[in-house]
Design a protein around this ligand. Structure first.
Ligand SMILES: Nc1ncnc2c1ncn2[C@@H]1O[C@H](COP(=O)(O)OP(=O)(O)OP(=O)(O)O)[C@@H](O)[C@H]1O
Length: 346
């Protein structure tokens, strides 16, 4: 039996006739931050809910910390060492954050809530029902980590956090990884995955379409080059090896403020020397070379669109999230082991 924290083999979940995930085989290695990336409706949440035992697979297998997800007793024991951070935590609205914290502490242990509250500080004496989205998410973070689990499964964990808290959360995840913790991290925000993940699995329409190191993805993605010239350059001047998506415009130059020059932009995956020589053949007045956004990479290698806010667009057009599977009546409450009201943690 594999000792890796998460192992799925041919994992399939259908909601009646509706596709959830199909034939998903992946391994999350101990100590890695694994990004699970895909557009809306791709099957990320379905995967997570199946891993946590909220719903049964239609076929295939999955093991979490060695426990078969269909073995309720084994999974319950394993989940004592799993943190779960949902995207929209189903917290008990009627009690204060402090009470919820105490309840969770009694349920699974509290070895570090004080330390966590220094970083993520929801107003504990207010009722959770009065919390802002960001405060709910911060409380959910504390609840997910307070028992110091070895594996944390997170579904779009930074949705609702302001940019500063998002940064803090990313730094926290990296520090936790240093402590040997493992993360399964679903997101449709590519820039986030790039910041914290070691490997990424890309899911689309229920199927895993790519599995690779984030570094490899970035290497293949190359650089975005934007150059401005004092004089017009021929349209084919940058049709060189390694240049993709070359756009030549003679619009207004940001550098010179005139309309005389030419602006050129393209993605470049080749070596610098020939590129720089080519640029200097013309009257270069401004140059920017930046890392290509993963959004572009996603589009170039895997197809599919990206919204203006840097998230992968819904390429499925799937509006069929209707309840179609009777075994979901329990699962949709969040937990099937009687922890419904405080479903933000394991
Ligand atoms: N309880 C359910 N009943 C019926 N269909 C469902 C149910 N849950 C999910 N689905 C369907 O399964 C597919 C995958 O949805 P899922 O929520 O797993 O995607 P996702 O990648 O998490 O998307 P998002 O980023 O929008 O949360 C979609 O077609 C969705 O409509």
């Amino acid at each position: 039996m594999s000792t890796e924290p998460v192992v799925t083999d041919g994992l399939t979940k259908r909601y009646g006739p509706v596709r959830g995930i199909e034939d998903l085989s992946l391994t999350v290695r101990r100590g890695e931050v694994f990004g699970f990336l895909g557009p809306n409706g791709a099957g990320k949440t379905t995967t997570i809910r199946t891993l946590l035992g909220f719903q049964s697979p239609t076929s295939g297998t999955a093991r979490v910390l060695g426990a078969d997800v269909t073995d309720a007793a084994a999974l319950r024991a394993a989940r004592a060492n799993v943190g779960y951070l949902p995207s929209e935590p189903g917290l008990d609205e009627g009690v204060t954050g402090r009470r919820l914290l105490a309840y969770h502490g009694r349920l699974r242990g509290d070895v570090r809530s004080e330390e966590l509250l220094e970083l993520f500080d929801p107003p504990l004496d207010r009722k959770v029902g009065d919390y802002s989205r960001g405060n709910r998410q911060m409380l959910a973070i504390v609840l997910a980590f307070m028992h110091d689990p070895d594996l944390v499964i997170m579904d779009e964990p930074t949705s609702g956090l302001d940019p500063l808290k998002q940064e803090q959360f990313h730094a926290f995840v990296r520090a936790e990884q240093e402590r040997g913790k493992t993360f399964f991290f679903s997101s449709h925000v590519l820039s986030e995955v790039r910041k914290v993940c070691d490997r990424v699995g890309i899911i689309r329409e229920g199927r895993l379409i790519a599995l690779e190191d984030v570094d490899d993805l970035l290497h293949r993605s190359g650089k975005v080059v934007r150059a401005e010239f004092a004089n017009p350059v021929p349209a084919d001047a940058f049709a060189v090896d390694g240049a993709h998506d070359v756009t030549v415009g003679d619009g207004e130059s940001a550098a010179t403020g005139t309309r005389a020059g030419t602006t050129v932009s393209f993605t470049y995956t080749g070596p610098y020397e020939p590129l720089l020589r080519r640029l200097l053949d013309h009257d270069l007045v401004d140059l920017a070379i930046e890392e290509a956004p993963l959004e572009d990479v996603f589009m170039r290698f895997y197809g599919g669109g990206v919204d203006g806010d840097g998230t992968v667009a819904d390429v499925t057009g799937d509006e069929s999230r209707a309840e179609t599977d009777s075994d979901e009546t329990v699962a949709d409450d969040g937990e099937r082991d009687g922890e419904v009201s405080t479903g933000a943690s394991t």
